[in-house]
Write a protein that binds this ligand. Structure first.
Ligand SMILES: Cc1cc2nc3c(=O)[nH]c(=O)nc-3n(C[C@H](O)[C@H](O)[C@H](O)COP(=O)(O)O)c2cc1C
Length: 330
């Protein structure tokens, strides 16, 4: 009886946490739950998703004239909705420029083929794209990596390691961190929605953030800077995307770790494997909005002289790779 009750309690606690995770996601993607200012992100997310679908169509080897008509119309509707929104000024102007340039290329590619798209992109939408700057969005040529660059990349990847010994007296500059963040923005994300967000804390604020995290014992007190990576859930559209924030945020974090390393910094990933109660404490202390999901923390600073790192042996790639195993016939 006692063990049955215990298992019931454990199960309840587990499903409660899953429910709270789901609730955060649901609330963040529901326009009704967001104030008008926050809801702009939702329309911006639609714009990015829609123009990116068109961008992809523009790169297809087999160009299909008239492709994506519903998406083009949807994009026009989203751009018009943004124009009318009282908080439109909060929309990322770069993303709007990309949407306009994409529409412009869509128009020009069809015009070059003599294919009439007036049903899809009528003349009264001309204002949306005619002043666009080509190159802000649409397609561009792919540049394969140069051989020397591949070696450099391998050296960067192989030399990166989690650093837990920091020079506590040196705090990285804003420029150094921003250079790394800008590079990390090159990480892929679903429909290029770029939901990763970065919160940077130094000194006592960094220590306060670390006080909620359990994996920095023994070295956290010497960490001069903490970066909290989150994902802005407002940009997601439905249940099927419920885990996308963790994936996009994780990929962003990996690239950020490499970028910090190339800046000569040491960095250590710090797990955010916590229940919603602890999550609430951290977000309250460091003011992270409800619609952002904390992905992980990163301790960061200049490595101490003669810093040691664990060997952290890796399995061979062949151990974890499966090639052409039998596929069940349909
Ligand atoms: C999501 C994530 C969370 C982690 N959390 C911690 C942590 O809380 N404390 C810690 O010391 N290391 C943490 N690590 C670092 C791992 O221990 C480390 O990446 C792994 O052992 C491989 O070593 P390397 O990073 O030096 O290659 C974390 C790594 C990841 C990816």
């Amino acid at each position: 009886m006692k063990s049955f009750l215990k298992s019931l309690r454990t199960r309840y606690a587990f499903y409660r946490q899953c429910y709270l995770d789901a609730k955060r996601f649901r609330d963040s993607i529901s326009p009704g739950k967001l104030g008008p200012a926050a809801a702009v992100a939702r329309i911006e997310g639609d714009i990015v998703r829609q123009y990116h679908v068109i961008e992809k169509g523009l790169t297809m080897q087999d160009f299909r004239p008239g492709f994506g008509k519903d998406v083009v119309r949807g994009l026009v509707r989203s751009m018009r909705a943004m124009e009318k929104h009282p908080c439109a000024a909060r929309c990322d102007s770069g993303q709007l420029a990309a949407a306009r340039a994409t529409l412009r290329e869509y128009h020009e590619r069809h015009a070059a083929l003599g294919h009439d798209i007036s049903e899809i992109l009528p003349d009264n939408c001309r204002d949306l794209w005619e002043n666009a700057t080509p190159g802000d969005g649409g397609s561009r040529p792919f540049t394969p990596v140069a051989p020397g660059d591949a070696d450099a990349f391998e050296r960067v990847v192989r030399s990166r390691a989690s650093v837990r010994s920091f020079d506590a007296a040196r705090t990285p500059s804003r420029e150094t961190i921003m250079a790394a963040v800008d590079l990390a923005m090159r990480s892929p994300s679903v429909c290029n929605r770029q939901t990763a967000r970065v919160h940077v804390f130094t000194g006592a604020d960094a220590q306060r953030a670390l006080s909620f995290q359990s994996g920095n014992r023994g070295f956290g007190h010497r960490i001069p800077m903490v970066i909290i990576v989150t994902s802005d859930l407002r940009y997601f559209t439905g249940t099927a995307e419920r885990y996308q924030g963790w994936i996009d945020g994780g990929m962003f974090s990996m690239l950020l770790l490499l970028a910090l390393h190339t800046q000569g910094l040491g960095a250590v990933s710090l797990n955010w494997s916590v229940n919603n109660e602890r999550d609430r404490e951290l977000r309250k202390a460091v003011t992270i909005p409800e619609y952002e999901r904390v992905i992980m923390l990163i301790g960061c600073g200049y490595p101490a002289q003669n810093a040691l790192i664990p060997v952290s042996l890796r399995r061979a790639g062949s151990e974890i790779t499966r090639w052409n195993f039998p596929v069940v016939p349909t």
